[in-house]
Each structure stands twice: as structure tokens, then as C-alpha cells.
Design a protein around this ligand. Structure first.
Ligand SMILES: *Cc1c(COP(=O)(O)O)cnc(C)c1O
Length: 433
């Protein structure tokens, strides 16, 4: 929730309180996406928020300007109490941030120009030379590069544990790391492309036990891009900060690049200061497009998830399919236990291992007619790609083998098309192998 005063810069008024309850009934996010955080009375009665294309905001008087800058510079806690300058925030981004926070029931949220700028701003805000980041592995490739090669240049160290690690394995890594200063515990679940789930509850219990004596324990952040916010809500399982590439399911139409960070007011204020300094906020037009996307988030993700169940059941039985990496078909009892505790759906992104190698996988991909051959995920359209030859091409062979990124592995993100049309497409493409 914004402070009431937070939007007073828009037209000098105070926005009406957003509707969050009818009697005792707390409204669901899919209802709140149509109006939360926007007061038409402040924008000529427009039903939808206009796009505010302005680089700066007029102060009503000099004292108000001083008060804003006391907030922005941290002389007074809580940030600016109005809009100041578009590198800090704008009306479209503030509405987006209010609505993003609703899905995960976070105290506060920030919008960014990309998933990676969100992650980079988080890391810059949380770490200093000599600190350690403990993370689950594997991570999104650019995140691994950022930690290992870029933060490494500034003296930040890292230690990792495998995504599927047990409480004992997590304890061992955190204990080793606790010899130094652990600035952040950073998770990504499910891991890409292995689909291994991280036991967030175990990470939380381990963090709380190993850092029991510390007043300020290292925060737990998690990249929830693959299952959030519909099928996984890690704040409820002990994470402190949630990160999104909004480019994927949240944006959902493969027509924008953006990121989000959600969490407690305290953590968000720390990250906001860094965003104010380096300007990694998303632009007003992208924020507006995301507002439109969030109105259909539940519709789109539900349909994509239902489609994926149907398509995966078909693929699993197909004679040209060797195996599948889909969260609906977990075979490992421990992974199933993590899934049951943390997830409410299997998502719509999975791995398909065709019988054969690269040649067979390529023949399959080249024969697809509805599914498009592209990286990324979470859009309305079905996409297919080949990690070994594309997103993970530069990963050394031994690490590829360890991660199970084989030459016959195809990555698929199911969209909202008709499920039987998709099945017909996969059937004819498998026949072409
Ligand atoms: C795509 C992605 C990112 C990076 O997001 P961008 O919006 O492309 O910067 C980070 N994490 C995961 C899991 C992703 O899929």
C-alpha cells in the first residue's frame, strides 16, 4: 500500500482509498487488478491510467520540494512523499508496484527496466567487498555471470548448494559461509533447465538456526519467475524478497522487458535507494503495458497451466519421446515433498527429451508449425528452444552434463492456444524426427 500522500504529485489531490474488502471478504488479486492504486478522479475521470510522459514533477511550493529531497536522500526515512523526478518514480510505475505487491501479499514492490536490472540493483544494494552471497545452483545464466564475474571483480564472494539440497546440505554450506559476512541468500526455483525445486522452508529454518545470534540475519531472496505469482508464493514459505523477470508470465505477451522486486518495506527501501541512484526503473509505457497484462494474469496462467497438463500427458506417451522434465511428473519423493509444500501448480514450462541427439531435436524443432522457435517463456504463444545449442551454448560440457543439459533436450513454454491444436502440432513434429 502506498502512503496516501505518495501520489499527491499527480494532480495535487489525494487518491481515494483502494477497495480491498467487501465486508469481511478480502478481495482476490484478479479483482484488484482492475482498479487498485489508481483514482480516476485524479486523471480527468479516465477509467484507465493515462501514460504519464514527463521527466519531472512540479512542486506546489519550495518547502514541499525540500521535504521530497529529505526523503529521497534518506535524511528522513520512508522515501519521497510525492513524485519528484522520473528516475525515482512515476504514477504508472507506482500503480504497477501497488498491484504487483498484491499477488504475493508483499508489503512493498519496485518495478525495473528488466529482470536483470532488478537482480543487479538488489545485489548492489545488499553487498559490499568481502561479503559472501550464498546461492542455489544452477541460476539463470546472466545471474551466475553477475555474481561470479562482475560482483567478483568488486570482491564479493559466493558459495552455492544444488537446488534440490537437503536441510543438512544447506546447513553445511551456510555454516561454511558464516565464517565470513553473508550478505544475501539468493535462490531460484525451479532451476532452469533442470526444474529442480529449492526447499525454501528448509533454507529459512537453516538461516534462522545458523545466524541465530545475529541481530540482522542475511535476507533470503528468490527468483520466482517460473512459477510466480500464481503457482508459487515464496514469501509465505520464509523468503524475505521475491524477484521477477516481468518479461515472462507477468508481461505475458512477449512484447516487453521488465523486472520486479517485492518484500518488506525495510528491504524495499534499501533497494529503492540504489534504484534511485542508478536509474534502473522501468519506463511509464512499459509500466502501463504491465498494468494491462496483470488484468489477465490469472486467466492466462491458468489456461497455460491447463494446456501444459494436456500436452505433457500426450508427450509422455509418445514413442519418440524419451522422458520429460515437467513438475507435474516428479519422480523423486523429496522433490515431490517440496512441490507439495511450496507449489499450487506445475507451470507451463518444461523440458522434453526426444529419442536421439541434436539432429533429432533439431528436426523436431524445425518441423513445428504453431510453436515458435524462440527463447523466453510465459507468453501467450507456445515457444520451443534448444538449451544446449542456444541459451547454454557457452556452458562447459562437463557442467552441461552435470546439469542434464543433453543434446536431445528441448525446452518448451506452453501458451494459451487451443490445447488440441498444440497436440496436433507436436504430433506432426515428432513424426518428422
Ligand atoms: C528471463 C529471466 C531472467 C532475466 O530477466 P530479463 O527480463 O530477461 O532481464 C531472470 N531469471 C529468470 C528465471 C528468467 O527466466
Amino acid at each position: 500500500m502506498p502512503d496516501e500522500a505518495e501520489m499527491t504529485g499527480v494532480e495535487g489531490g489525494t487518491p481515494a482509498k483502494s477497495l480491498e474488502k467487501i465486508g469481511d471478504r478480502k478481495l482476490k488479486p484478479s479483482t484488484m487488478m482492475m482498479g487498485h492504486g489508481f483514482d480516476p478522479a485524479l486523471s480527468e475521470g479516465a477509467l484507465k491510467p493515462p501514460i504519464f510522459l514527463t521527466s519531472t514533477f512540479v512542486f506546489p511550493n519550495a518547502a514541499a520540494g525540500k521535504r521530497h529531497f529529505e526523503g529521497v536522500t534518506g535524511k528522513r526515512p520512508g522515501g519521497a512523499d510525492g513524485l519528484v523526478y522520473s528516475r525515482f518514480n512515476g504514477p504508472n510505475q507506482e500503480i504497477l508496484e501497488d498491484r504487483l505487491a498484491v499477488w504475493d501479499e508483499a508489503e512493498d514492490a519496485l518495478a525495473f527496466s528488466s529482470g536483470m536490472s532488478a537482480i543487479a540493483t538488489l545485489f548492489l544494494a545488499m553487498t559490499k567487498p568481502g561479503d559472501t552471497i550464498v546461492h542455489s545452483g544452477p541460476l539463470y545464466a546472466a545471474t551466475e555471470t553477475l555474481i561470479g564475474r562482475i560482483l567478483g571483480k568488486f570482491g564479493v564472494k559466493w558459495l552455492d548448494f544444488p537446488a534440490g539440497a537437503t536441510r543438512e546440505e544447506i546447513d553445511a554450506v551456510l555454516t561454511e559461509a558464516s565464517a565470513g559476512h553473508v550478505a544475501l541468500i539468493y535462490l531460484e526455483s525451479p532451476a532452469n533447465p533442470t526444474n529442480a525445486l529449492v526447499d525454501v522452508e528448509a533454507v529459512r529454518a537453516s538461516r534462522d538456526a545458523i545466524f541465530a545470534d545475529m541481530d540482522v540475519k542475511p535476507p533470503i531472496a528468490i527468483d520466482n519467475t517460473f512459477l510466480g505469482p500464481l503457482w508459487s508464493q515464496p514469501l509465505k514459505h520464509g523468503a524475505d524478497i521475491v524477484v521477477y523477470s516481468l518479461t515472462k508470465y507477468a508481461g505475458g505477451h512477449s512484447d516487453l522487458v521488465a523486472g520486479g522486486v517485492l518484500g518488506t518495506k525495510e528491504h524495499i527501501n534499501t533497494i529503492r535507494s540504489m534504484r534511485n541512484t542508478i536509474g534502473t526503473i522501468c519506463d511509464p509505457n512499459t509500466a502501463w503495458m504491465l498494468l494491462r497484462s496483470l488484468e489477465t494474469l490469472e486467466l492466462r496462467m491458468s489456461r497455460a497451466g491447463e494446456n501444459a497438463i494436456k500436452v505433457c500427458k500426450f508427450l509422455r506417451e509418445h514413442p519418440k519421446v524419451d522422458s520429460m522434465g515437467y513438475l507435474g511428473f516428479i519422480t523423486d519423493a523429496r522433490q515431490q515433498d517440496i512441490y507439495d509444500r511450496h507449489c499450487t501448480g506445475a507451470g507451463s514450462t518444461f523440458s522434453l527429451l526426444v529419442k536421439g541427439g541434436e539432429a533429432e531435436a533439431f528436426r523436431f524443432l524445425d518441423a513445428l508449425r504453431i510453436a515458435k522457435l524462440a527463447v523466453s517463456l510465459g507468453g501467450t504463444e507456445t515457444l520451443a528452444s534448444h538449451p544446449a545449442a542456444m541459451t547454454h551454448l557457452s556452458v562447459p560440457q562437463e557442467r552441461k552434463t552435470a546439469l542434464g543439459i543433453t543434446d536431445n533436450l528441448v525446452r518448451i513454454s506452453i501458451g494459451v492456444e487451443d490445447a488440441d491444436d498444440l497436440i496436433a502440432d507436436f504430433d506432426q513434429a515428432l513424426a518428422a524426427i
